[in-house]
Design a protein around this ligand. Structure first.
Ligand SMILES: *Cc1c(COP(=O)(O)O)cnc(C)c1O
Length: 389
């Protein structure tokens, strides 16, 4: 062992252990919690025999998502990545288009762009939100963007810029209205990757409904889970209907005939998973309130520590604090922190490796990414599970 034990890190480790009332066992980053109607609804789905692609829980889940987000239409899908894939299709992303996105994200965002044979185009994030920066976006579009016949093109590559995908990192809302305003000026539709921000609000409105289409994830590590699952939301009834249609094999409705009008997808959320999702959504408000209390406790404690800074919700927003994040001084301090905490059984992990550094996205166009690079070196997530029993 070459690293020196940092006293401040030891104090944080002790604090996490007291916060989670867990003196010795490992404390994970985010564990799911089933304290509501979870078992009841899943059992009910099994007993009904409707465990698969249709059922009352799928319908109920979609209604609940509409109510929670305020979207006109929500469509249940098999996971958040599939939701993103279809959202990009809905706004017209096609082969050889470019899609603006942040390099600091989970790989699903960039993968979904690639599924359409489109090209990710990386734009920097803001230091406080850790999500897409409207200023960096404006600067980049002033450099390379050109509007012709109501569409935006990249002057340098000749490709169309067909969409922009901001992501609300760790549940902290990006300056989404500004992002949408910049995109509107260039006729670029916005798809919001709200996978991490269920229960997060910007200027009083739920994330995911500011752009043309928004997407959510219900993976096991998210704020609430259906095992695996996702949702597409939109205020455009035509896009909503189309989302449902193409995620359910594009079958022309008929009592007995099987006829499909185009190549569709089997991206349905099984009723079994939807049953779990409904029970979990019933707990969303409690879970988010609890997570915000945890964040406040961390902030109070971290204010006393030197060299470990809390990342707090940005202005004009209310974050679900899906994963709490701290910022260290530099990469070396970060690595020492990761070593010391993980050795002590308090699981922490660095923010994602930037997408433009992955081999498959290394040649993609990008603007200045200095804020993303700085955050990549210094941000670490700390345990953030709901503490309710
Ligand atoms: C979780 C997540 C997704 C979707 O993930 P799935 O595992 O496919 O549900 C997409 N984008 C981001 C940023 C995520 O964190």
């Amino acid at each position: 062992m070459t690293e020196i034990k940092n006293r401040e890190t030891d104090r944080l480790i002790a604090f996490v252990r007291s916060l989670y009332a867990c003196p010795t066992d490992r404390i994970f980053l985010h564990e799911p919690l089933f304290i509501g109607n979870d078992k009841k609804y899943v059992l009910d789905a099994i007993e009904s025999t409707f465990v698969s692609s249709v059922g009352k829980y799928v319908d109920r889940f979609e209604e609940m998502m509409q109510e929670i987000t305020g979207a006109e239409k929500a469509v249940a899908v098999v996971n958040g990545t599939a939701a993103l894939h279809i959202a990009l299709k809905l706004v017209g992303v096609a082969q050889n288009d470019e899609v603006l996105c942040q390099p600091l994200s989970f790989v699903a965002t960039t993968n979904a762009i690639s599924y359409e044979n489109a090209v990710p185009h990386f734009v920097d994030v803001d230091e406080d939100t850790m999500g897409l920066s409207p200023d960096a976006l404006r600067t980049r579009l002033e450099q390379v963007g050109e509007v012709r016949d109501g569409q935006c093109f990249n002057k340098q590559t000749g490709r169309r810029i067909a969409a922009c995908v901001p992501m609300h990192t760790f549940g902290h809302p990006v300056r989404i209205e500004e992002v949408v305003a910049v995109c509107d000026a260039y006729h670029i539709p916005v798809v919001e990757d709200a996978a991490e921000s269920l229960g997060s609000y910007y200027r009083g409105r739920h994330t995911g409904i500011f752009g043309k289409v928004g997407t959510f994830s219900f993976n096991g590590n998210k704020t609430v889970t259906s095992g695996g699952g996702g949702a597409i939301v939109t205020n455009d009834p035509e896009l909503g209907a189309r989302a449902k249609y193409i995620t359910t094999t594009a079958k022309i409705p008929h009592k007995w005939e099987y006829r499909h009008s185009e190549i569709g997808y089997n991206y349905r959320m099984p009723n079994l998973n939807a049953a779990l999702a409904c029970a979990q959504l019933e707990q969303l408000e409690r879970f988010v309130a609890d997570k915000r209390e945890t964040a406040a406790a961390y902030h109070g404690m971290l204010a006393e520590l030197e060299g470990i800074m809390a990342m707090k919700e940005p202005g004009e927003s209310s974050s679900n604090y899906w994963l709490n994040a701290v910022r260290l001084a530099d990469r070396e301090a970060r690595d020492n922190f990761l070593q010391q905490t993980n050795d002590a059984g308090v699981i922490t992990r660095p923010i994602w490796t930037l997408m433009n550094k992955l081999t498959m996205f290394a040649d993609c166009p990008h603007g200045d990414l200095s804020v993303s690079e700085m955050l990549e070196d210094t941000i670490v997530n700390i345990p953030s599970s709901v503490r309710l029993k």
